[in-house]
Design a protein around this ligand. Structure first.
Ligand code: UDP
Ligand code: MG
Length: 340
């Protein structure tokens, strides 16, 4: 097997022709400073409509460390990034955007943080976001805080995909087969030691954001539905409240009937409206609970990720786990099923 490079830098690109040259120079400089010649840069052209692919081919012809990948069409940021992560080979992996909003020169400090804190993931947290609209800043701040409330996975606040990962964290990440991918959440889900790295986000080097409102909303929905079944459980909560309220209302309606205060027909009509309303919400909630579980199952995520093993493990083959020579555990796509 070919030896892995020490570092892979993975960069999804959509209509970034004006950034690529500068990107290539700065990323190469940062990578060389960190690991010498032992790196690769993986550029993914996500169906750009400008000349990005031509530029990539030209750059790659002049640099044996540059791998350029052309997707068949625009698949979206998260899938383009997944393609790059699938295809890269490095021991350590840096994910970065093409627009140089995230300075590649931080690589050295991120590697230092990874080593000094013994972390598998160093994720960059935005202290400041230059050159972004107030609207984007406010919606992003709101979104990450809301997401944090409704999900069980501790997804870090104000964090994009700019991060450094070890191979074992990446392999664990790659064992999550779901279609709708919210990568920063999936990396958080994987676990291991993950540490924050505060930085200031710069303005785009050139071009404009490839995340218009429509894409932002779709991205947010993928995040919410991928990491929370709270919206599905909403009906349960409403149903519970309605059931309590309707019990009180039923008393009130009967009292009116007994005291002769109700006009004929009111009592039966009100009973039907109140009780049926509560029952319907309750049943909808029940369906939501099943649907939520069905949805979680359908993602077919591994049940757990093993970080380390000390001592011999018997029968691990039946668990579907493979132990690499290094003593690290890598996860095969076959995972054990829990109780049936
Ligand atoms: N991107 C992509 N496919 C898309 C949209 C964006 O590969 O459909 C890339 C884009 O080229 C950039 C990264 O994803 O490298 C982040 O996009 P952008 O900088 O436009 O997002 P923002 O920083 O405005 O959130
Ligand atoms: Mg950007």
């Amino acid at each position: 097997m070919q030896k892995r490079p020490k570092l892979s830098v993975v960069i999804p690109c959509y209509n970034e022709e004006a950034c690529l040259e500068m990107l290539h120079g700065r990323v190469s400089g940062a990578a060389r400073a960190a690991v010498g010649d032992d790196y690769e840069i993986v550029l993914i052209n996500d169906g750009s409509r400008d000349r990005s692919w031509d530029v990539m081919q030209r750059l790659s012809a002049g640099d044996p460390r540059l791998v350029a990948i052309n997707l068949s069409r625009n698949h979206g940021h998260q899938l383009a990034l997944t393609a790059g992560l699938d295809l890269c080979a490095g021991e350590e992996i840096l994910i970065i955007d093409a627009d140089l909003q995230d300075p590649p020169e931080l690589l050295a400090d991120m590697r230092a943080a990874m080593r000094s804190q013994g972390a598998d993931v160093v994720y960059a947290v935005r202290r400041k976001r230059d050159g972004e609209t107030i609207f984007k800043k406010i919606t992003a701040a709101f979104f990450y805080r809301m997401l944090d409330r409704i999900t069980d996975t501790p997804i870090p606040l104000d964090t994009g995909d700019f991060r450094l990962m070890t191979r074992r964290a990446l392999d664990a990440f790659l064992s999550l087969p779901e279609q709708a991918r919210f990568i920063r959440g999936m990396v958080a889900w994987v676990g291991f030691k993950q540490v924050p790295f505060p930085y200031d986000r710069h303005e785009r080097h050139a071009g404009e954001s490839k995340y218009p409102l429509g894409k932002m909303i779709r991205f947010a929905l993928d995040a919410i539905t991928g990491f929370s079944t709270a919206p599905l459980r909403f009906a349960s909560h409403v149903g519970l409240v309605l059931t309590g309220l309707s019990a009180l209302l039923v008393l009130y309606i009967f009292a009116g009937f007994l005291m002769g205060a109700a006009i004929p027909g009111w009592t039966s009509l009100m009973l039907v409206v109140v009780v049926l309303g509560a029952v319907q919400m309750f049943v909808l909630g029940m369906i939501g609970e099943y649907l939520g579980r069905l949805y979680v199952e359908s993602k077919r995520r591994p049940l757990y990720i093993v970080a380390d093993v000390a001592g011999p493990v018997m029968g691990h083959a039946s668990l579907g786990y493979r132990y690499a020579d290094s003593g690290e555990v890598s996860v095969s796509p076959v995972t054990p099923r829990g109780e049936s």
